[in-house]
Design a protein around this ligand. Structure first.
Ligand SMILES: O=C1O[C@H](COP(=O)(O)O)[C@@H](O)[C@H](O)[C@H]1O
Length: 265
């Protein structure tokens, strides 16, 4: 059932990060007690970074074990070759796999009270068979918490461009022009639009909506005012702004800072 998501507006990006990280840490702890895995869906980009740092701090402060945690990538850039698509090089500045290794898995493992996540705890799509990713996520038991972020200019979520179907699954997409422009902000090392790849590998709208048990859309900074307006008022998925998928997710929450929500200090 789709519905306008519950929205919380907090003072600033740091308060948002602390709030979201608490929720995830609680989920990680509960899953541990239940002897279950905890699968976290992770976007790359500027928006979720403070949350990953806050979560790392909480893992250390609370002495959490995390070897039962699995990290699910939501997208990555791909390059076209004669034999099909391949991921961008792992060490590329815009590699989402590198981002997750350096900003999520590495810091969390260093902070963990146990041995941390083994390499096979990472769930990632394969450019040679992107559609198989949905099945992989299903076999993993679905995603306990899908962290989401919205593109500023076109509302892309993962790499789903405007017009993406509600039932779309994991696939390779041609990136929308505005998504590529937005990504100049996410990955400033690109320098110019020509350097932004033309294609991406992404989870679909249906993947996010159907395979998550909870979802948290993080919206921070004044740059995301339109994203906040569109997402916090949408009662159902609007293909013109794919990040409205949060309206279709179970146990969905939008957490924004005052700057994004347009609330004065
Ligand atoms: O959904 C997506 O877009 C966000 C937005 O990027 P940001 O730098 O403005 O946070 C990004 O986090 C994510 O990787 C992408 O898949």
């Amino acid at each position: 059932m789709s519905t306008v998501p519950v929205t919380r507006v907090l003072a600033d990006a740091e308060a948002v990060a602390d709030f979201v990280a608490e929720r995830i840490a609680d989920g990680i702890e509960r899953a541990r007690e239940a002897g279950a895995d905890y699968v976290l869906g992770c976007p790359s980009g500027r928006t979720p970074l403070p949350t990953y740092r806050a979560l790392t701090r909480l893992v250390r402060e609370r002495g959490l074990a995390i070897s039962h945690v699995r990290i699910a990538l939501m997208d990555d850039y791909v390059v076209e070759t004669e034999s099909g698509f391949r991921n961008v090089d792992l060490e590329a500045h815009n590699s989402c796999r590198r981002f997750v290794r350096d900003e999520v898995v590495g810091p969390l493992n260093a902070a963990a009270a146990d041995e941390g996540m083994a390499e096979d705890r990472l769930l990632q799509p394969d450019p040679a068979n992107p559609e198989a990713y949905d099945e992989l996520l299903r076999e993993a038991g679905g995603i306990d918490c899908f962290l989401l972020a919205s593109g500023a200019g076109d509302g892309h979520v993962a790499f789903n461009p405007p017009g993406s179907a509600r039932d779309s699954g994991s696939r390779i997409v041609r990136l929308a022009e505005q998504t590529r422009i937005d990504n100049l902000g996410t990955f400033p090392e690109f320098g110019s639009l020509d350097a932004v790849p033309s294609h991406g590998l992404t989870v679909g709208i249906g993947t996010i909506a159907e395979l998550s048990r909870s979802a948290v859309m993080i919206i921070t900074t004044a740059e995301k005012r339109e994203a906040f307006e569109r997402i916090s008022t949408a009662a159902a998925y609007d293909p013109e702004w794919p990040a409205t998928v949060v309206a279709e997710c179970a146990d969905a929450l939008v957490v924004a800072d005052r700057a994004a929500a347009g609330v004065r200090e």
